[in-house]
Design a protein around this ligand. Structure first.
Ligand code: HEC
Ligand code: HEC
Ligand code: HEC
Ligand code: HEC
Ligand code: HEC
Ligand code: HEC
Ligand code: HEC
Length: 320
């Protein structure tokens, strides 16, 4: 037997063993960075990094630029965590110092990968893109404003659609997308030199603002109601924002078609409550009403009316 064949056989055996254990490992340690990304994470996953300086022949330790820090705990939870860093970034990043022309490398956006693809039809990427194109941000800042300004690809996960996430979680995650910029001057001013409006002041007409900002999302008030999209992406000019308390605090609350959309659709069928979800998760004054309580109050009203009727009749008979 020829040694080449034996070694090829051994290699094949080895590869299939690796594939088997690899597949098993995937289930058990799903939340791990792959080998090649771990190289990047050695530096980008920490606030300090070390490299060998070939000029001085010394190991040097430096601080990582905080904007280039990637939180690996969030990365492995994100929906694109199956990607290695080099799937989106050039493999030339493996050398350090990184070649300077890599700064010019164009980066993939959502639509580059998801545009016009039927696999993702349920997420309606193309409709979302149209909405974003017509939102205040895009109109004011043209192509500077990209999806990634709200959706950090290194941490983005679905919360609104995820039935396991609580309303509070959805609100915090989604509002963070806006506040990461509207509360952060350095990010805000990537787009404009204008002074950033003070959100607390702009919204001081809203009582108990802190509670409201923890209970509803910015987009509840700043986007139109959408019949087709899970999350409307069309941020309207401020003059068109929701200002009326009764838009939320009423039985016909807009929250049913926005924040509570997914949950309401699921529970509408089998619950005897109006806005059952709202009852379960928060008490929104005016929005909570129980159908049976409504019937009961009608019944009492009817009883009271007939009581009065009987009383009048009785008095008439007595008078005669
Ligand atoms: C030895 C540490 C180290 C390693 C390993 C490393 N980086 Fe970096 N990277 C840095 C530092 C420091 C910067 C900040 C800019 C600079 O000094 O070049 C940076 C910058 C970047 C940037 C931003 C470039 C820009 O200016 O726009 C990207 C993207 C990047 N790295 C990706 C990667 C990827 C992907 C990997 C793995 C293949 C990787 N890096 C591995 C240290 C490292
Ligand atoms: C699905 C694609 C994708 C994957 C996977 C990905 N990135 Fe990125 N990365 C991007 C995009 C797009 C940007 C630009 C974001 C922006 O412009 O706001 C970016 C920006 C960066 C930056 C900052 C550069 C800057 O201009 O702000 C660093 C550093 C970086 N990525 C490192 C990594 C590392 C390390 C990994 C792996 C752990 C990784 N990326 C995985 C798409 C990806
Ligand atoms: C480099 C290509 C690439 C980029 C850039 C990219 N995606 Fe993806 N995305 C994918 C692939 C591949 C999948 C996985 C498809 C699968 O699971 O079959 C995916 C999955 C998804 C899913 C479905 C997750 C699920 O569990 O059903 C959503 C939602 C999504 N991406 C949103 C986005 C958004 C928003 C952006 C931009 C901020 C973006 N993607 C950018 C390639 C990409
Ligand atoms: C102004 C901020 C913002 C911008 C810009 C933005 N998004 Fe979103 N997007 C959100 C928020 C908030 C959600 C809700 C996230 C969640 O909880 O799942 C969301 C959700 C999504 C979802 C999931 C919808 C679903 O059905 O569950 C997709 C897909 C998406 N965005 C794609 C895009 C694309 C593509 C772009 C760029 C054309 C974009 N987004 C730009 C804020 C933004
Ligand atoms: C209850 C409804 C509501 C909620 C929730 C809400 N807003 Fe507003 N917002 C408004 C209204 C109404 C205005 C217009 C106020 C005015 O012009 O007097 C406004 C104004 C603004 C402005 C314009 C400020 C200016 O002075 O130019 C910004 C920016 C803004 N909101 C961002 C946000 C962000 C970010 C969030 C989430 C943290 C949010 N809003 C939550 C209703 C709301
Ligand atoms: C990357 C930064 C960034 C993010 C993320 C962002 N915004 Fe803005 N937003 C801006 C800038 C810059 C302006 C000022 C636009 C201009 O120059 O007129 C603005 C303006 C606004 C306005 C005022 C429009 C007007 O009529 O004056 C509203 C309302 C608003 N944003 C809401 C939101 C909401 C809601 C989100 C999250 C879903 C969000 N923004 C996410 C940067 C951002
Ligand atoms: C976008 C929807 C929305 C709008 C608009 C809105 N609210 Fe609310 N409000 C809520 C939700 C949701 C809660 C429930 C908070 C909780 O208990 O979790 C709430 C709670 C409250 C509370 C109870 C606070 C407490 O201390 O327990 C008061 C009072 C209130 N809102 C008054 C108002 C008034 C007055 C306005 C108009 C100026 C208004 N709200 C506009 C959604 C809204």
């Amino acid at each position: 037997m020829n040694i080449g064949v034996v070694s090829k056989g051994l290699i094949l055996l080895g590869v299939s063993f690796l594939m088997l254990t690899g597949a098993k490992g995937q289930d058990e340690e799903k939340k791990m960075l792959d080998e090649s990304s771990r190289l990047c994470a050695q530096c980008h996953g920490n606030h300090y990094y070390t490299f060998h300086n070939s000029y001085t022949e010394m190991d040097t330790r430096k601080r990582m630029n905080p904007y280039f820090f990637i939180d690996t705990t969030k990365y492995v939870e994100a929906i694109h965590s199956f990607f290695a860093c080099q799937d989106c970034h050039s493999s030339e990043y493996e050398t350090y110092p990184h070649p300077s022309e890599l700064k010019l490398e164009p980066k993939y956006g959502c639509i580059d990968c998801h545009g016009g693809d039927d696999t993702f039809a349920k997420y309606q990427f193309d409709d979302i893109e149209v909405e974003v194109d017509n939102s205040v941000h895009k109109l004011a800042h043209m192509d500077q404003f990209k999806c990634e300004m709200c959706h950090d690809l290194h941490s983005y996960k679905l919360t609104a659609r995820n039935e396991n996430s609580s309303i509070k979680e959805i609100v915090v995650e989604n509002n963070h997308m806006c506040l990461s910029c509207h509360n952060n001057l350095s990010k805000y001013q990537i787009l404009t030199d204008h002074q950033k409006p003070e959100l607390l002041k702009t919204h001081d007409w809203l009582p108990n603002q802190a509670l409201h900002f923890l209970s509803v999302r910015c987009i509840e008030c700043h986007t139109p109601t959408s019949d087709t999209l899970m999350v409307s992406h069309k941020i309207l000019p401020k003059e068109q924002a929701v200002h009326l308390c009764s838009d939320c605090h009423s039985t016909n609350s807009i929250l049913r078609t926005k924040l509570y959309k997914y949950h309401v659709e699921e529970s509408r069928v089998d619950q005897g409550y109006y806005n059952a979800v709202i009852l379960n998760e928060a008490y929104v004054i005016g929005a909570n009403r129980n159908r049976y309580l409504n019937l009961l109050s009608l019944l009492f009203f009817g009883l009271a009316l007939s009581g009065i009727g009987i009383h009048i009749v009785a008095r008439i008979i007595k008078k005669k």
